[in-house]
Design a protein around this ligand. Structure first.
Ligand code: PXL
Length: 290
């Protein structure tokens, strides 16, 4: 029997402060009508961009948690992984996907490792190769431009034109996923916009979506984007509509927060934006990349 509430295994860290990972994934997918089963990869006092963070790595606990889920014969409509507590966890997540994936299960891997040209503070360099291998197991991957560059062994570009973007997406699809999505894309013709690009290897089409830049940065927006994208694809939206809906959601959260004075980069008002997930999509703002 199908799950009456579609169920998603969410393999991410739990950070006590600083919106990211499970504190984003759970409310977003829950608001969209999914049951989220968290498999925490690490517990942190605060995310790794906040100085003095404490990280408790759960690598040694994961096999026991996963065995218990096997004993319970849990079935998932989606498997969505993100920040891992150690490079060794990538192989565990890969085995998890092999064990729990069914023909209709959507697998999304967000290879969370880096941003703004740099690996996150807790990331060992071998995570790059491990995340690239893990990406081969997914239908959808959602690296930002820094993660895409690391996975492809290319320098982080200042900007890319349309032809280069297509080349990057095809190179990511060559790692194995059917639908690579690149976020924070510095597209030459749209440097005034926050842009994502995607490729669907199954129909050979390339897509662009985005929203005008707001002159600020908030942590956790990548996790918001990938969470909404996962929910949209699970609820049956097409890839371009899912790209656009996710961009719309992140833009709403950013604009809601930006209007207040005195809120820090770690304080995006996610809860204020959640109700917008219940409304029908705005007229779709995606483009085909010719
Ligand atoms: O948002 C990505 C992310 C997830 N989890 C942890 C992080 C970060 C980015 O800094 O530190 C713990």
């Amino acid at each position: 029997m199908r799950n009456p509430l579609p169920r998603v295994a969410a393999i991410h860290d739990l950070s006590g402060f600083g919106r990211c990972s499970l504190t984003v994934v759970i409310p977003v997918l829950s608001t969209m009508g999914f049951e989220v089963c968290p498999l925490p990869t690490a517990v942190l006092s605060a995310h790794t961009a906040i100085e003095g963070f404490k990280l408790f790595d759960l690598t040694s606990e994961l096999p026991g948690f996963i065995s218990h889920w096997k004993e319970l014969s849990l079935k998932f409509d989606g498997i969505y992984s993100g920040f891992l507590g150690s490079a060794r966890q990538a192989a565990m997540v890969s085995d998890f996907i092999d064990s729990f994936r069914t023909p209709d299960c959507l697998v999304v891997v967000d290879p969370v490792m880096a941003d703004f040209g740099q690996l996150y503070a807790s990331m060992p360099p071998e995570m790059v190769g491990e995340m690239s291998k893990l990406s081969a197991k997914a239908q959808v991957i959602t690296p930002n431009i820094t993660e895409a560059a690391l996975m492809l062994g290319r320098p982080v570009p200042e900007s890319l034109d349309e032809t280069e973007v297509k080349d990057w997406l095809v190179a990511l699809a060559d790692l194995g996923p059917t639908m690579p999505v690149i976020t924070s894309l510095p597209l030459k013709s749209r440097l005034d916009r926050s842009t994502v690009a995607a490729y669907n290897r199954e129909d050979g089409r390339f897509w662009l979506a985005g929203r005008p830049f707001v002159p600020t940065q908030y942590h956790g927006t990548g996790d918001m984007y990938s969470s909404v994208l996962t929910g949209c694809l699970l609820q049956g939206d097409s890839l371009p509509v899912a790209l656009d809906r996710s961009a719309q959601f992140v833009a709403t959260a950013i604009r809601t927060t930006f209007g207040y004075s005195g809120l820090g980069h770690h304080e995006i008002l996610l809860e204020r934006a959640l109700p917008s997930l219940k409304t029908p999509p705005e007229s779709a703002g995606y483009d085909l990349l010719p």
